[in-house]
Design a protein around this ligand. Sequence first.
Ligand code: PGA
Length: 251
Amino acid sequence: MKTYIVGNWKMNQTLLEIRDFFSQINSYKEEFLCETYVAPQFIHLGLALELSKEKGRVKIGAQNCGPKEKGAFTGEVSPVALAELGTHFVIIGHSERRHHFHEDNELLRKRTLCALQSGLEVIFCVGETLQEREKGEAMGVVEAQIQQGLKDIPPVFKEKILIAYEPVWAIGTGVTATPLQAQEMHHHIRNLLMKMNFPKGETIPILYGGSVNPSNIRELLDMKDIDGALVGGASLLPNEYIKLCEGSRNF
Ligand code: PGA
């Protein structure tokens, strides 16, 4: 099984910081034993692709993409253009998109389908708010996000989807879900994907996200159904990112 460390840089990083990040990653002496992904801002994709080429260690992705191949969608970025540039993957449905920009499951379904049709891998994000968890609704909320957001995806594309479970209350708060809380949800998600006829439901990568850092990553990855991490804050600094990768390996 592969293990994924995905850095979600959100609206962060200067040109200088990006150059420094890749210079440290490229000069790291060991081989990374996991899959290493980074998603910078759109405007930095070209630079990140260029800098990552030297060692070919890190796959570069976008944090969102348009719901159509092209057309009158001012301010959106076409998944075809992303693929043409060499972008490997796209994050869709991050809770910040869902909550700050009111992206609903139907829009996220369109973004996902178009990204897959354009040849991109999709990291589809789901997760409940604290209020929903306290009301005992966490599983139902996540289930609906997956059922609606990944509805009618043609089987041929299903192998190019990764899921990221990110409880909203754990994102950027320093409060991580316990490994058991995360495992319980990941197991539930895996069963659901199998019911939805994902051809590789048993092995589809399900990543955990929310305040992951080098000191808690190991205990999370020790859980049976946790196949990697989607990391915000701790992925910005090259030495932290390297530590996250050192704590992770493909099995
Ligand atoms: P965090 O962000 O690691 O800073 O909590 C995770 C994410 O939003 O993907």
